[in-house]
Design a protein around this ligand. Sequence first.
Ligand SMILES: C[S@@+](CC[C@H](N)C(=O)[O-])C[C@H]1O[C@@H](n2cnc3c(N)ncnc32)[C@H](O)[C@@H]1O
Length: 265
Amino acid sequence: MADVFQSERFFREAWPQFSRAFESPSDAASEVEWITGLAALAAGARVLDAPCGFGRHSIELARRGFEVTGVDFSETELERARAAAREAGVTLTLACQDIRDMEFAGEFDLAVNLFSSIGYFSDDEDRLVLDRFWRALKAGGLFVLDTRNRDQIVRSLPPEERKRVNGWTLRIENAFDPATSRWRARWSRIAGPGAARPGPPRGGPDEKRAAGEQLIGESEIRLYSAHELSAMLRPERWSRVELYGGLDGTPFSLDAPRIVLVARK
Ligand SMILES: C[S@@+](CC[C@H](N)C(=O)[O-])C[C@H]1O[C@@H](n2cnc3c(N)ncnc32)[C@H](O)[C@@H]1O
């Protein structure tokens, strides 16, 4: 079992409390449409979705007749994926595992790492995760990675964001450390409808927390620029690597919110 990492507690305890407010099944459907268009898979092709969260992309892939393996280390999210698969009438193979421990070898026609699911570890371990995807693919298989574009975030990360989550408000306090390229966030819950818009800026970490506001968790994620991620993929071992700015084929630019790397083994 891989060592504890910076955001492990956040992903185990906090993220499942509001993941469904961020991860939309309808976005997943259109993203899978684009990905499968590129991958041009044969019927029954094998697909790896890691980490799969509550299975929104896995289910869309399975609906199209592919054999899908989803990996995530959160039993809470996997249980939701099982329930959603039952409801959709599809079969998924789900594994509760740390993505650093994946040992697949030459098994998949397509492997995906979607919605900012890289950067959770040290740079060396992130590189190891990319190696795991390369190893998991058959020759000719496709890898699709989608994450936030560091260079866009550097110029646009708001110090505070708020989001409504089923009757309560989530407050996210953001900080980007330019020395490490790590995005740190504090995620708090504010009871009631009171706070759908940002309040006055706050100076220090724990001061002036509004009554009824409770810290849920803290995350720290390494953000990569496109050239860093492309280099980490080790482009020489792929037959082709392409860069996009979204899971719809948007061209990549400084202003693109996403980095999408598409690599053919
Ligand atoms: C931002 S979510 C994305 C999930 C999914 N790709 C999607 O788009 O819906 C990140 C997921 O990574 C999982 N995760 C975090 N660290 C992990 C690890 N070390 N191994 C496996 N899964 C992990 C979390 O449980 C969470 O479900």
